[in-house]
Design a protein around this ligand. Structure first.
Ligand SMILES: Cc1cc2nc3c(=O)[nH]c(=O)nc-3n(C[C@H](O)[C@H](O)[C@H](O)COP(=O)(O)OP(=O)(O)OC[C@H]3O[C@@H](n4cnc5c(N)ncnc54)[C@H](O)[C@@H]3O)c2cc1C
Length: 622
């Protein structure tokens, strides 16, 4: 059968109307009238289009938080079960309809049909479910086949299911407290000191106020937390240090991995098997005892699993590539509560997606990572007075264009606080720092650095150093801070880009930012890994990071960071990197993945986490 051509034309009009246009206003007026008539008549009018039932779906606007009602075709196929099926066709438009995005962001929805209203929970059909349902939908209304022809996107289906039995807050808390009795670790409820301590992120501006914190001591604990959260209708987020914290509210159970802290080194295989809650600090020290180097980031105080699931670009990035390329295996609890051992052979999809996909596919409980036969590097920083920023930045940009892959470098424009543990040449000053790590012969590295040393740094810390001290090269802040970060990628850094950067972040710019950093990529970062991964945009030339303080009354460091990215937009790369996608802008996180990767991650997320227990924070879901 066909739905009425008039409705088809109206749907097409609605899907293509430009926001604010007369057409859009007309569509809104007609849609509102439809909703009013449907409600006033209990669906007797406006409740069907031919044999297809029309129901009213009320979602919560993902940006506005306001209720939004749409009149939609609604199907129930007895051969499939009790679920109601909605089709996110948007009349074949290029984008999913807003109600679909709303339902993903806030799955609790209300459906009005036949004069009755029901509170339901929405979730997208998995690929397997869609394979069964799509032919049924098209058989019931062939319009949808036509809509699918019109668009490259795969039209998703939304399933509406009964919500889990509602529990009072007290019952929920009781059940969470019960969970603690079955764990190797503990459950901490709001209002307790341990809850406050574990939930507190490194970036103290991020609100982390979960329903409870599970302080996991074993993979079994993580699996129990995921299963319990699912049964209580909670989502699950994971946190170790909160260096990359995401906002978490009372609808989420937070798994804190600090108790998963084992680390054993196999010096013959040159690998470390590390609990997911370990910090790089401990792993670097343990590996160094065997003359080996652990592939940490600039700040060894970050968590191993958070770093590796985001790709991980450290002070040796151009030499060794993203650290996630060195992962041999993961143990992970997926959203269905199963603990899985993941290698390229046993679970190729998960192995692909855990390297770059952050927590989209599961909570890592342990990781096996390759170590490097490096005991010493030539490393440190050259610090210059801020007045020399123009000369230094232009020289650095030219110099790094020809750097061999044994060199990794970054530059930072910094306004340093007057702290007693900083060298007097730097404390309380505006400075430019050039960081350098060289894994080749010392003489070659020293020669390579000459063009920058010629610029007479006020402090030169570049020297042969034990790899175990690698954290001193960047000397990132270790204590929690109220930070506002922004980040982007550049394709290149020509002189015009350097000038544009200096205009907004140089010594005369008046910027409130504490640090603006460029890291050179290329080298092994751009090389194809032995096992492909979900880490995208390896072709970018530079990362840009801005950091400012978010303090009451202080200038807006977010706006200042955006101004830096805006000034560099002519050279910007469209992507972003998952470990540097700070802030709570979902659009920025979406840029971490190309279309193919995003689709594959989303489909895997649906496969391993059918009930969307892990669909919180910066994860890729439909
Ligand atoms: C000062 C500073 C320096 C940094 N330097 C670098 C750098 O040089 N290179 C680089 O690549 N990144 C760097 N980062 C980013 C950092 O690697 C990420 O923020 C990373 O996620 C931190 O991991 P965490 O567990 O410590 O943080 P958390 O905030 O606890 O976790 C952040 C996210 O990581 C994921 N995650 C954490 N644990 C797990 C787990 N067990 N399983 C699955 N997912 C998990 C989750 O998505 C979680 O939301 C830096 C960040 C800061 C603040």
């Amino acid at each position: 059968m066909s739905t009425a051509p008039l409705s088809r034309r109206f749907s097409a009009l609605a899907a293509t109307a430009a926001p604010g246009s007369r057409t859009a206003r007309f569509v809104t007026a007609v849609s509102r009238a439809h909703v009013r008539v449907h409600r006033a008549t209990g669906g007797r009018l406006g409740g069907a289009m031919g044999p297809v039932e029309i129901a009213l779906l009320t979602t919560t606007g993902r940006r506005s938080g306001a209720p939004r009602t749409s009149a939609l075709a609604c199907f129930r196929f007895p051969e499939f079960g009790d679920q109601l099926v909605l089709v996110a066709s948007n009349a074949g438009a290029a984008r999913h309809p807003a109600w679909f995005h709303n339902a993903l962001a806030h799955p609790d929805v209300r459906l009005e049909r036949r004069g009755r209203s029901e509170d339901l929970r929405a979730r997208p059909a998995t690929e397997a479910e869609r394979a069964v349902l799509w032919p049924l939908v098209v058989a019931a209304a062939d319009t949808y086949a036509a809509y699918q022809e019109l668009t490259d996107r795969r039209i998703p289906l939304l399933l509406l299911e009964p919500r889990p039995a509602p529990r009072t807050a007290a019952e929920g808390l009781q059940l969470l407290a019960e969970l603690g009795k079955h764990l190797d670790g503990d459950v901490h409820l709001p209002g307790t000191p341990r809850y406050a301590e574990l939930a507190a992120p490194w970036n103290v501006t991020v609100p982390v106020t979960p329903a409870a914190v599970v302080a996991a001591r074993s993979a079994r604990d993580v699996a129990a937390a995921v299963r319990t959260a699912g049964s209580l209708g909670l989502t699950v987020a994971v946190q170790r240090t909160g260096h990359g914290a995401c906002p978490v509210d009372r609808g989420t159970l937070l798994v804190h991995t600090g108790g998963l802290d084992g680390c054993s080194i196999d010096p013959v295989a040159r690998t470390a098997r590390v609990g997911a809650g370990s910090l790089w600090t401990g792993v670097v020290a343990a590996a160094a005892e065997h003359g080996l180097a652990a592939p940490c980031g600039s700040a060894p105080g970050v968590g191993v699993a958070g770093f590796l699931t985001g790709g991980g670009l450290g002070p040796l990035a151009r030499t060794i590539g993203p650290s996630s390329d060195l992962v041999r295996a993961f143990d992970v609890v997926t959203g269905d509560g199963e603990l899985r051992h993941v290698t390229p052979e046993t679970e190729p999809d998960l192995f692909w997606g855990l390297r770059g996909g952050k927590a989209t596919l599961g909570i890592v409980t342990a990781v096996e990572v390759e170590l490097l036969p490096i005991t010493e590097v030539l490393g440190g920083a050259l610090w210059f007075a801020a007045e020399r920023a123009g000369t230094v930045l232009h020289r650095w940009a030219r110099w790094c264009a020809d750097l061999p892959t044994q060199a990794t470098t970054s530059v930072v424009l910094a306004q340093l606080p007057p702290l007693p543990d900083l060298p007097p040449a730097l404390a309380g000053r505006s400075v430019v720092g050039v960081r350098f790590v060289w894994t080749g012969g010392t003489g070659d590295g020293e020669r390579l650095l000459e063009p920058l040393r010629e610029l007479a740094p006020v402090l030169d810390t570049v020297a042969v150093m034990p790899y175990a001290a690698i954290g001193s090269v960047h000397a990132d802040p270790t204590d929690p801070v109220p930070a506002t970060e922004r980040s982007g990628l550049l394709t290149e850094l020509p002189p015009a880009a350097v000038d544009a950067l200096l205009a907004v972040a140089g010594p005369d710019s008046g910027t409130p930012l504490l640090a603006v950093e460029l890291r050179q990529l290329g080298g092994a970062v751009a090389a194809a890994p032995a096992h492909p991964s979900a880490l995208c945009h390896r072709d970018a030339g530079f990362t840009v990071l801005t950091l400012g303080l978010a303090l009451p009354g202080a200038p807006d460091a977010g706006a200042a960071g955006e101004a830096v990215l805006d000034a560099l937009r002519d050279w910007s790369h469209p992507g972003a990197l998952p470990n540097f996608a700070g802030g709570d802008d979902p659009a920025r996180f979406a840029r971490c993945y190309d279309d193919e990767t995003r689709t594959r991650l989303r489909d895997l997320g649906d496969r391993y986490d059918r009930h969307r227990v892990l669909a919180t924070g910066r994860v890729v879901r439909g």
